[in-house]
Ligand binder design. Structure first.
Ligand SMILES: *[C@@H]1O[C@H](CO)[C@@H](O)[C@H](O)[C@H]1NC(C)=O
Ligand SMILES: *[C@@H]1O[C@H](CO)[C@@H](O)[C@H](O)[C@H]1NC(C)=O
Length: 575
């Protein structure tokens, strides 16, 4: 737990929490009545005058809502209560004698806001000192001007399941973003899924900070989907959490016609500039999805290894390697040549699917089109019977909700049509590519993350162990329309967006990945934009959880065909 690692920070946090909660009690009126907490519809007056499409929390109280607060007692309750009482007695009672002293209160609030805006977390404070290519950190003052001037709205989503060790830093990152974008250009949606650590307390802190800063938010706690966690189906939980975290996005869209430019899913810890960089990559490429890269620490020899091999697939549908951050040239995470070459040059590269840490979604190409998070429903419930029913070799892949989301993005983009005959031919390269079938083994060092006490924090907690078994080749069969004829989904990995977890030496990781950071500065946008987009792979490595058993349920792996033509046909028959 974070507090055992960071005991020295506890008094500081409690002090902040005490004063901030006090101010919150004084200034906020947000309750926990669900009806009141849902977004208000535009009223008649607004309809006549033209709806106010802003996220103004002073005007629309429902833009700051707390649902399902954890009211259970905890060990800090007394301390917090004492802090509030003390603050009231010493700093308020003496001044609240009449209206002539009321400006003292205002000053208190302004001071609190000012010090909150400099909240830099424990790790975030080091961000500007970390090495990044192309002078990303050196030039940051003007580098994001265009993003900021755009005056767009950004939606920040967090699905938290017992992850208190980065919540404070994530809050710091949100505050830093609010500073650049403006506090009313963000909406923060935090979904606490049945956390059992100090997440509940820390979300109180988040609530207080966001309330004071006037940042719109919805913080919601929900119980687990099943009483017995071992009877849970993890992909269903993933989908459930994310769809709930997106609820305000849909409410704001349907009830107030407010649209967000991008949705930022915060996972683990990512520096603010790296998020801005990913937003730039997303906008410049009109990308549907841009992911960072997860680097978890493997304790032995102090390596950092790429860790999100459950959900990430390169543009050939292959798995990423569990590479070391210091790996150069021949064993980098993406296995496809184009991706590997761009990775080495620190440039964004196209993939079939990714999630790896903080990632940015274009809602226009996804959520506003009706795509939601889903999962395969024909999993086996091991609590009901011991024997799993047989599944056919081409049965749908029971993998993560993100893998479904990526396939849905490909299919949805394909619906826009086939590639114009006059544009350069993509099919020559894409059509015949095949996924590695030789069971290539990763080097031995790659298996040690079990020994890392913090390993379960990283996304690789979800990956299955590397298998030595070669994958069966695909059954040859139906002739269908090649995927390469359809408009390709724009899914990218931005290797400059580093996501890490607690206990990682960020300075060393940055040096491993980017050396001195003295790459040729490039004066124009070419470093962001991909010219050639491939079609979807005809097959991919499917890693599935075919039965219940919670997050750690056994996974199996097979090679599975992916035919957009078939997907489109299936959609038609479903209609
Ligand atoms: C599996 O079955 C058990 C027992 O009926 C039930 O409690 C649980 O919710 C089921 N799990 C899923 C994921 O449906
Ligand atoms: C951008 O850089 C590329 C490659 O360095 C170059 O070919 C191109 O002309 C540049 N464009 C502008 C507008 O400077």
């Amino acid at each position: 737990m974070a507090f055992s690692l960071r005991r020295q920070h506890v008094p500081k946090i409690l002090l902040a929490l005490g004063s901030v909660l006090f101010l919150k009690l004084v200034f906020s009126s947000s309750g926990s009545n669900p009806a009141k907490n849902s977004v208000e519809e535009i009223n008649v007056f607004e309809r006549v005058t033209g709806a106010d499409k802003t996220l103004n929390v002073q005007r629309y109280k429902s833009l700051q809502a707390r649902i399902g607060r954890d009211e259970r007692e905890d060990i800090f309750d007394d301390i917090v209560q004492d802090g509030i009482e003390d603050y009231w007695q010493r700093f308020h009672i003496p001044f609240v004698t009449g209206s002539d002293t009321s400006q003292t209160d205002v000053q208190n609030v302004l001071n609190a806001v000012e010090s909150l805006l400099s909240l830099n977390g424990w790790v975030a404070a080091y961000c500007p000192t970390l090495v990044r290519p192309f002078g990303q950190n050196r030039n940051s003052d003007d580098a994001y001007g265009e993003l900021v001037q755009g005056d767009h709205l950004y939606y920040i989503g967090l699905a938290i399941h017992s992850a208190d060790h980065f919540l404070v830093d994530q809050l710091a990152v949100i505050v830093q973003m609010a500073k650049r974008f403006g506090t009313s250009n963000l909406f923060v949606s935090m979904l606490d899924y049945d956390s059992t650590d100090s997440t509940a307390t820390l979300t109180d802190l988040c609530e207080a900070v966001l309330t004071l800063l006037g940042i719109p938010y919805r913080i919601r706690r929900v119980p687990g989907m099943t009483e017995d966690p071992t009877a849970a189906y993890y992909p269903a939980e993933e989908a459930h959490m994310r769809n709930l975290a997106l609820e305000p996005l849909f409410e704001l869209y349907h009830k107030r016609n407010i649209k967000f430019n991008r949705v930022i899913w915060l996972k683990g810890f990512t520096c603010p500039n790296d998020i801005f960089e990913t937003l730039k990559v997303s906008v410049a490429n009109e990308a549907a999805l841009v992911c960072g890269m997860d680097w978890a620490a493997a304790e032995l020899n102090g390596h950092f290894v790429f860790s999100d091999r459950w959900r990430t697939r390169d543009i050939r549908g292959d798995q990423f390697r569990q590479s070391k951050s210091s790996e150069k040239l021949d064993a980098v995470p993406p296995r496809d040549e184009v991706g590997a070459a761009r990775y080495i040059a620190h440039l964004p590269f196209q993939v079939f699917c990714c999630e790896a840490g903080t990632h940015v979604v274009d809602p226009e190409q996804s959520y506003y089109k009706g795509i939601k998070y889903r999962y395969g429903i024909d999993f086996h419930n091991a609590s009901l019977s011991d024997t799993a029913p047989e599944r056919t070799p081409d049965a749908q892949c029971l993998d993560s909700t993100q893998a479904y989301f990526c396939r849905d993005l490909w299919t949805s983009k394909a619906r826009e049509g086939v590639i114009d005959e006059d544009t350069p031919d993509h099919s020559a390269t894409a059509g015949n590519r095949n996924v590695r079938r030789d069971g290539e083994q990763d080097p031995d060092w790659a298996r040690r993350d079990e020994e890392d006490s913090d390993a379960n924090a990283g996304s690789d907690f979800d990956a299955m162990p590397d298998s030595d078994q070669p994958l069966d080749s695909l059954p040859t069969g139906k002739i269908s329309v090649p995927n390469s004829v359809y408009q390709p989904a724009r899914i990218l990995v931005n290797p400059r967006c580093v996501t890490t977890y607690a206990g990682v030496s960020h300075t060393q990781l940055a040096l491993d990945l980017f050396g001195t950071g003295d790459d040729e500065p490039q004066g124009n946008a070419t470093k962001y934009v991909l010219d050639d987009w491939e079609g979807a792979p005809e097959s991919f490595v499917c890693q599935e959880q075919s039965q219940t058993g919670g997050r750690k349920a056994a996974k199996t792996q097979r090679l599975l065909g992916f035919s957009i033509h078939e997907e489109l046909r299936r959609d038609e028959t479903d209609l």
